[in-house]
Design a binder for this molecule. Structure first.
Ligand SMILES: Cc1ncc(COP(=O)(O)O)c(C=O)c1O
Length: 390
C-alpha cells in the first residue's frame, strides 16, 4: 500500500488494458452480459458477488469503494446514496429484536431519530448517554449489541476517547460503529483503534464541494458482505455520476482539509478574542477540554474544519449574524468549499429532543461555522462586520 497522499489519487485501482484509460469512467450500465447466454450465469465482481445488475454492483462505485477502504484501513467498503442510507443499512444489518444500543445524546439528529423510530417498531433498546468517554463506557455491558459514536460531535465539537471505548466494546463482544465524517481518515482511522464499522457522510469533506450527496461504510470483509445484502435489498447504492464526482473530490481531500483545519484554528482564535462572543467550541484551542484527547487520537495536529460559538447577545444576535454574513452563506451542511453558517437548533440538531438539546447546550444563541476554502482574512472580515450587528 502506498502513502495516503498517493492513495487519494491512485487508490481506485482502475485500469482498462484495452484503452489505457486510468481515470475511472462513469459507468451508466444497469446490466451486464451473461457470458454463456444462460440466465443465472454471471461474471463475478472482485469481491465475489454476481456482476449482473447495477443496484448490486457498479464499477464506478466500486472504484470509490477501493479508495475508501484504503483510506480507512479496512478490508472493504460500500458506498450508498447518502450517509443516512449507510446508517440505515448498519441498523438493519446489525440490530435485531432485543438488541441494546448505546449512543451519546449528541450525535447527528437524524442518526438518533432513525434509531429511535426503528427501536419502537422492531423492539430494541436505545440507551442515550451524556457525550463523555466515561458515560459511554459505563453504559456498555454484556447485553450491549452496538455502540455508535462520532469522532467529533456536532455542533459542540466534543472528542470522546474512541480508543478507550473500543477496548470496552471488545470486552463485551459488541460492534463499535464510528461516524468519522468530521475528522476524516486524514487525521483519524478508527479501525486502527478497534472500531468495527466506520461510516461517512461522503456529502461532507470526502466529496467536498457541496454538490453531491453520498455515504459509505468501511469494515471487515465478512461484515461488508452482510451489509452488501442490505444495500442490495434496500436499493441504496451510490449512483455512478455521484461516485465519479466523489472520486474526483477525494483527490484533493488532503490539500482542502489541511487548509480548512488551519483556517478553522485562525477563525476560532479570532472568535475567542471577540467581545461579542461568549464561548468558542473548537478542539484545537489550547483551553478546549478536548484538546488533549484530540492530540492523543488525531495525527498532524489538525482538529477539523468546524467551529461553533455562542453569542453574548443571545438568540437575537444569532439571528442578526445569520442575516448579516456576506461571503459566508447561511446554510446547513459542512465540509465543502463554501464557508457555511448554520443555526443548529433548526438544522443538524433539530431532531434531537428539545430537553436533550437544552442539557447539551444546543441553544438559540449557538452558531456553527464550517470553514470553506476562501481566504481566511475575508472570512474574518465578514464575521467581524456581522458580529458588529450582533
Ligand atoms: C456526522 C454526520 N453523519 C451522518 C450524516 C448524514 O449524512 P447525509 O446527509 O449524507 O445523509 C450527517 C449529515 O449532516 C452528519 O453530519
Amino acid at each position: 500500500m502506498s502513502r495516503l497522499s498517493t492513495e487519494l489519487i491512485h487508490g481506485h485501482e482502475f485500469y482498462d488494458e484495452k484503452s489505457g484509460i486510468f481515470i475511472p469512467p462513469i459507468y451508466l450500465n444497469v446490466i451486464y452480459e451473461q457470458p454463456n447466454r444462460v440466465f443465472g450465469d454471471t461474471l463475478l465482481s472482485d469481491r465475489g458477488v454476481d456482476l449482473k445488475y447495477s443496484r448490486e454492483e457498479n464499477l464506478t462505485a466500486r472504484a470509490l469503494e477501493k479508495v475508501i477502504s484504503k483510506l480507512e484501513l479496512s478490508d472493504d467498503a460500500l458506498v450508498f446514496n447518502s450517509g443516512m442510507a449507510a446508517i440505515a443499512a448498519v441498523y438493519l444489518g446489525v440490530l435485531r429484536s432485543g438488541s441494546k444500543v448505546v449512543i451519546p445524546m449528541e450525535a447527528y439528529g437524524t442518526t438518533i431519530q432513525l434509531l429511535t423510530q426503528l427501536s419502537c417498531k422492531f423492539g430494541f433498546r436505545v440507551v442515550k448517554v451524556w457525550p463523555s468517554t466515561e458515560d459511554v463506557i459505563n453504559a456498555i455491558d454484556s447485553e450491549t449489541t452496538m455502540v455508535l459514536v462520532e469522532t467529533i460531535t456536532n455542533p459542540l465539537l466534543r472528542v470522546l476517547n474512541i480508543r478507550e471505548i473500543a477496548r470496552r466494546v471488545k470486552e463485551v463482544n459488541a460492534i463499535l460503529v464510528v461516524d468519522n465524517t468530521l475528522a476524516t481518515p486524514l487525521i483519524y482511522t478508527p479501525i486502527n483503534d478497534g472500531a468495527n464499522i466506520v461510516l461517512h457522510s461522503l456529502t461532507k469533506y470526502l466529496a467536498g464541494h457541496n454538490d453531491v450527496v453520498g455515504g459509505a461504510l468501511a469494515s471487515r470483509s465478512d461484515l461488508i458482505r452482510e451489509l452488501w445484502e442490505w444495500r442490495r435489498m434496500l436499493g441504496g447504492i451510490l449512483q455512478p455520476l455521484e461516485a465519479y464526482l466523489i472520486l474526483r473530490g477525494i483527490k484533493t481531500l488532503e490539500v482542502r482539509f489541511e487548509r480548512q483545519c488551519r483556517n478553522a484554528l485562525t477563525v476560532a482564535e479570532f472568535l475567542h478574542e471577540h467581545t461579542k462572543v461568549k464561548e468558542v467550541f473548537y478542539p484545537g484551542l489550547p483551553d478546549s477540554p478536548y484538546k488533549s484527547v484530540a492530540d492523543s487520537l488525531f495525527s498532524r495536529r489538525m482538529y477539523g474544519g468546524v467551529v461553533s460559538f455562542r453569542l453574548r447577545g443571545g438568540k437575537e444576535a444569532a439571528h442578526e449574524m445569520l442575516r448579516r454574513v456576506k461571503v459566508i452563506k447561511p446554510s446547513p451542511s459542512l465540509g465543502g468549499t463554501e464557508s457555511l453558517l448554520t443555526y443548529p437548533v433548526v438544522s443538524a440538531s433539530k431532531t434531537i429532543p428539545a430537553e436533550d438539546r437544552l442539557k447539551l447546550g444546543i441553544t438559540e444563541d449557538l452558531l456553527r461555522l464550517s470553514i470553506g476554502l476562501e481566504d481566511v482574512n475575508d472570512l474574518i472580515e465578514d464575521l467581524d462586520q456581522a458580529l458588529n450587528y450582533a
